[in-house]
Design a protein around this ligand. Structure first.
Ligand code: FO1
Length: 304
């Protein structure tokens, strides 16, 4: 079995590629919950939903989040009423959040609801929120303290960040399913997700970093930074603002001690020896997943 530490879009694409090669029962995603929020009284889990929508083929490719064929009547009406409409909840997507919120009110856990939604969407791999507890990624910025989605969506990740914290992480308990998956996996993969805000909140849950450290020779990470830039999102800017090298080497240093094999893009082949000097094996391949063939090549490298 393979477990993949997962954020949103980059992880969803890697999981889709791996699912093309592995049996569903061989693949588990351990998913970040630091982006989760309650808005309009609704419980929203962006990374879990991005993954289940992508694996079911229902994802909105243009937006990179939400469902295809989406309509926005509720948001339009809400905006007309003067309600908060900066976080776009499409009419179809709203059904997911209504369902989850109802199930939470009945006492279901995040793990149970993820499993139920996967069954409804026809997703056959296991999606495990790393914890059922609330962990919230918080940004200290030049304009004050912001929640994850205030930083990411309301301010278009365009304000300078001084530090990032993970409220609730120290007291959180990893789910038994997560611990069992990470312990039983022959390989643990770190998806090409943002190390600082998608992977770090997973590592902050007590026990997770320790498992990776113990099993580092079985851990494979894919760099989300290619030729000094992130394909999507603020990973490059955040690395710079928080004092890390903005390169695949910077990401490798961030994961040092946790990762045995680091996968970098062909465009970064020149950095191979620098990363080897950190004590990691290095695989150079195409990591962009621009088409199904390239995604397959990356999946093969991850499994090699
Ligand atoms: N991202 C946006 O850029 N704008 C949005 O209005 C937005 C709404 C949204 C609603 C539900 C959901 O599950 C995700 C949504 N996202 C939106 C994506 C999102 O919050 C971020 O991309 C992730 O949290 C980062 O991984």
């Amino acid at each position: 079995m393979i477990s993949v530490l997962s954020g949103g879009v980059g992880a969803a694409r890697l999981l889709r590629a791996l699912r093309g090669t592995l049996e569903a029962k061989e693949l588990t995603a351990v998913v970040n919950v630091g982006d989760d929020l309650v808005l309009h009284g609704l419980s929203i889990c962006p990374d879990l939903d991005t993954i289940s929508y992508t694996l079911s083929g229902l994802n909105n490719e243009e937006l990179g989040w939400g469902l295809k064929g989406e309509t926005w009547r509720v948001m339009k009406e809400l905006g007309d009423l003067g309600g908060e409409s900066w976080f776009g909840l499409g009419d179809r997507d709203l059904a997911t959040h209504l369902y989850r919120t109802q199930r939470f009110s009945e006492g279901a856990t995040k793990t149970q609801v993820a499993q139920e939604l996967c069954a409804k969407f026809g997703v056959d791999i296991r999606l495990l929120p790393v914890t059922n507890d609330v962990v919230s990624t918080i940004f200290s910025t030049e304009i004050g303290t912001l929640s994850f989605q205030e930083y990411f969506v309301r301010h278009h990740h365009g304000v300078a960040v001084n530090s990032i914290s993970f409220s609730g992480a120290a007291a959180a308990t990893p789910t038994p399913e997560t611990i069992a998956a990470l312990t039983a996996s022959s390989r643990i993969v770190i998806a090409p997700s943002n190390p600082l805000i998608s992977i770090e909140p997973i590592l902050q849950v007590p026990g997770i970093r320790e498992i990776l450290r113990e099993r580092h020779s079985d851990v494979v990470a894919v760099s989300p930074i290619i030729n000094g830039a992130a394909l999507k999102g603020p990973a490059d800017r955040l690395l710079n603002e928080l004092g890390h090298d903005v390169s695949c080497v910077g990401v490798a240093k961030y994961y040092q001690g946790l990762v045995g094999t680091f996968i970098i893009d062909e465009q970064d082949a020149k950095h191979e020896n620098e990363i080897k000097a950190l004590g990691m094996n290095v695989i150079v391949t195409t990591t962009i997943m621009a088409n199904p063939d390239h995604a397959k090549q990356l999946a093969a490298a991850v499994l090699s």
